[in-house]
Structure formats: C-alpha cells, structure tokens
Design a binder for this molecule. Structure first.
Ligand code: B12
Ligand code: SF4
Ligand code: SF4
Length: 389
C-alpha cells in the first residue's frame, strides 16, 4: 500500500482522541504511567547547569556534553512536537540474604536490563500511533540513553513531582519507576504538569543517605553517591567513603527505602523484572570471577555496566566492611595475582580492614613484589590502619 492511499483510508482523529488512545494503549502494553507534554525548554534546565558548575557529575563527562540538546529536545530530534513519557514500576522487595557474605544490588537491577524492556514498549506505542494516524508520524525512543532531562519531562507530563532525594515520585506508585520517552512529530493533547510537591517538611532521605551525597534538598553530589561509586566510577573509590558503603555492590536504594511515598509500593507486574540469580550475589563468588565468567554470569543484566573490574572492586569494599576472616584467602589471591591495579588496591584495603595476622602478613609480602605506586600506597595505608587498631 502506498503512503497516500493508507493516509486516505485513515479516519481523521483529533489530538485529544489520539492522546487518549495512546495512553490507553500504553497501559495495555504494561506501562504503569503514561503522560504527554509538548516539547520545549525544560523548566529545571538552570538547575542542571548549576549542578554541572558545582562539578556534581564527577567523571560522568557524558552529562556535560550536548547541553544544547538537553535545553532544546528539538535539536535532538528535529521536528519533535510532543513527548509521550512512560513510567514503569520495577519494585521488588530485596531478597533476604541466605549466607552472611552476600552483596546488595539495587532493586532497579534485580531483573533484566530495563533499557530494552522499556524501549520495546515505547516502540510498540509508536507502531500503534502510526496505525492510528499514518506512517508519516516519525518518532524516537529514549530510555536513559540520550541527552534528555527525563525527570523534568516526567513532571511536565504530569507523572509526579521531584522529591528532595531528586527522584520522580508518583503519589500512588512511589518512586521505584523507570522513565522513558517517545518523541513524536505530531501535536498531541498535553496533560497538565504536576504542580504540587508532596515532600513537605520531610527530610528522611537527606538524613538516611550514608555518604552525605544529598548535600541539600533536590541536590545530589554524585561523587559521594553509592550508586555513582559502584556503577559509574571507573577508578578508585575514595578511601573515606568506602566504610560508609555497607554491602552495596551495585547501586543503592536507601534514599528511596526511607521515603514514605514508597510504603505502598506494589510488586512490578513486568515478568522481565523478576529477580535473577545475580539479585543476591555471593561476595566470595564475585571476587573469584574471571572476565569470561563475569560476562557469562551477568549477560542481559544492568550489572554489565560496572564491568568485571568495577564489580570485583565493589565486592572487595563490601568484604572490607563485613570484616569476615573467611574472605582473607580470596582477597590475598586478588592482591597477589589480579592483573588490574584497581582490584589489587581495593583488595589491599579490605585486608587492612579485616586486619587479622594472615591479612597483615599478606599485605607485607605484597609490598615486596607490587610495582604499581597507587597499590603500594594503599598497602602502606592499610598496614598502618590495621596495626594501629
Ligand atoms: C546521571 C544519572 C544518575 C547519577 C546522578 C543522579 C542525579 N540525581 O542526578 C547517579 C549515578 C548518581 C544516578 C543514580 C540513580 N539513578 Co540515575 N540517572 C542519571 C541520568 C542519566 C541523568 C540524570 C540527570 O540529568 N542529572 C542531572 C541532575 C541535575 O538532574 P536530576 O537529578 O534529574 O534533577 C532534576 C531535578 O532534581 C530538578 N531540580 C533540581 N533542583 C531542584 C529544586 C527543586 C525545588 C525542584 C522541585 C526540582 C529541582 O532539576 C534537575 C534537572 O531536571 C538519568 C536519565 C536521564 N537522562 O535523565 C537517570 C535516572 C535519573 N536514574 C534513575 C535511577 C533509577 C537511579 C537510581 C535509583 C539507581 C540506583 N538504585 O542506584 C539512583 C538514584 C539516586 C538519586 N537519589 O538520584 C532513573 C530515575 C527514575 C525516577 N523515578 O526518578 C532515571 C530517570 C533513569 C531512567 N530512565 O529511569 N543516576
Ligand atoms: S542512592 Fe544512596 S548514596 Fe545515593 S543519594 Fe541515595 S541514599 Fe545517598
Ligand atoms: S524521603 Fe521525604 S523528603 Fe525525601 S523524597 Fe521522600 S518525601 Fe521527599
């Protein structure tokens, strides 16, 4: 069928009717929230600029690129007139650790990687929109993948407000929501933006954050955030923050766990988000993983982002915080043999925290052979800490 014939056969629907149908279809596809907004300058663009100025993006250099596109989504997708924003509930209770040396993975990463799951739904929504209006409608899907201020668009399309923990919160669904956008080239009937902020006088997230990353309401210094430290940071985790990270090995949920708006969070209905074997990882297994085993074990999971080096580094920090003697032998193996200096450095730190005689002996021996200056410095500091305690 040619485009013109197909166009001719389609009924002319008003933007309001199309919008209603699209929202209904979005819910049928499994989205929990669907809202529509016109494309335009994000209201919180000045806050984003301020955040960059303060250096709160740390090493996430991609956050400082394409500022022009973040300010004007039409530069990102020429011809864009409207944005359909989808929210997808991923809430799962964290499973009770079966052993004592189990790491914590943030809820958003317990199941299959959400990027594909949510993108698929939004692409299906575009197909549906085309079936309603005609193939001339162009659209582009973004899920955490482009220079877009997604939370701003979610507020603008009426999905919720931004809490003091900087998360988008829906009054009924809470904040365990993924956000994704479908930018389209036709005008749609917008939803009213979410006007109220229901945080009130509450400050629970600010008080609970173990590293002080929430430096003020609505202001997150990524460089201190466990989520950033365990997922985005490639190098060394600052020494002063390691003891505050507990057993989180990928992401952190504390500022959402304490939020009263998450008390009524309901289980996700998305089968792809049900917990996989990596949901409660044995720390001693992680520190023994080779590159190949890491890739096999975490294929299809968001944990791939940390790479083997990052995940083993994080597991070392968690073991250092648990201070369990049974971790000494695998940590010594890392310190002596791992080709990655970041891993050796964090293994040394963990051994220093455990501080038993075998751990101290291994640190002293490693000094004889270690060539990397950063690792040597860590060994010396860890020996000092261990022998002073
Ligand atoms: C970079 C990034 C991070 C960084 C920085 C987080 C941050 N707060 O900026 C790190 C690695 C730390 C991170 C962590 C997490 N992230 Co993240 N992250 C992003 C990403 C890619 C960009 C965010 C961004 O633009 N930051 C810049 C700052 C300035 O923007 P912002 O935090 O969104 O803040 C806006 C508001 O706070 C507002 N604002 C600023 N000041 C003020 C003042 C007032 C009064 C008000 C009302 C508003 C306001 O303006 C800002 C700009 O629009 C987005 C995807 C995207 N493209 O948007 C996902 C995203 C924000 N992350 C997401 C998730 C799930 C997480 C984690 C929960 C994962 C985890 N469990 O570990 C944590 C949550 C930590 C937290 N408290 O925010 C979801 C959030 C969904 C939601 N319900 O909000 C997103 C939207 C990804 C997605 N597509 O679903 N993330
Ligand atoms: S995710 Fe964790 S470390 Fe980051 S701001 Fe929230 S509570 Fe703090
Ligand atoms: S914990 Fe309190 S202050 Fe923080 S986001 Fe939730 S309601 Fe707002």
């Amino acid at each position: 069928m040619t485009v013109s014939k197909e166009k001719a056969s389609l009924p002319r629907l008003s933007p309001l009717t199309i919008s209603q149908q699209v929202k209904r279809r979005g819910l049928e596809l499994g989205l929990d929230l669907v809202g529509i907004a016109p494309v335009g300058r994000p209201e919180s663009f000045p806050q984003y600029e301020d955040w960059l100025q303060r250096g709160y993006h740390g090493e996430m250099t991609y956050m400082s690129r394409h500022r022009d596109k973040r300010e004007d989504p039409e530069l990102l997708f020429p011809g864009a007139r409207s944005v359909i924003v989808g929210g997808l509930n991923y809430y799962q209770p964290l499973s009770e650790p079966q052993g004592s040396l189990v790491g914590k993975v943030a809820r958003y990463a317990l199941g299959r990687d959400y990027h594909k799951v949510l993108s698929r739904k939004l692409k299906a929504l575009l197909d549906y929109l085309r079936s309603l209006v005609g193939p001339q409608v162009d659209g582009r899907v973004f899920v955490d993948s482009g220079p877009i201020l997604e939370r701003d668009l979610a507020v603008r399309s009426g999905l919720g407000w931004i809490g003091k923990n900087t998360c988008l919160i829906h009054p009924k669904k809470g904040s365990y929501l993924f956000l994704g956008e479908l930018l389209v080239t036709i005008p749609l009937e917008p939803d009213p933006p979410f006007q109220r902020n229901h945080c009130g006088k509450c400050r629970q997230c600010l008080v609970a954050c173990p590293t002080g990353a929430l430096v003020g309401p609505y202001l997150l210094d990524s460089r201190k955030c466990i989520s950033y430290l365990t997922i985005e940071l490639r190098g060394s985790i600052p020494r002063d923050l390691r003891p505050l990270m507990g057993t989180w090995v990928f992401g952190c949920d504390i500022c959402q766990e304490v939020c009263p708006w998450n008390k009524k969070a309901t289980l996700t209905a998305e089968p792809d988000f049900s917990p996989r074997p990596w949901a409660a990882p044995e720390l001693l297994e992680i520190v023994r993983l080779s590159e190949k085993e890491f890739r096999e074990r975490f294929a299809g999971s968001a944990l791939m982002r940390a790479k083997r080096s990052g995940l083993v580094r994080n597991a070392c920090v968690a073991l250092g915080n648990l201070r369990d003697e049974s971790a000494v032998a695998p940590l010594v193996a890392l310190l002596m043999d791992d080709p990655d200096p970041i891993v050796r450095e964090h293994a040394a730190w963990a051994l220093g925290r455990i501080g038993t005689q075998p751990a101290i002996t291994a640190l002293t021996q490693a000094l004889q052979t270690e060539k990397d200056e950063t690792v040597r410095t860590e060994i010396l500091l860890s020996l000092k800490d261990a022998t002073q305690e």
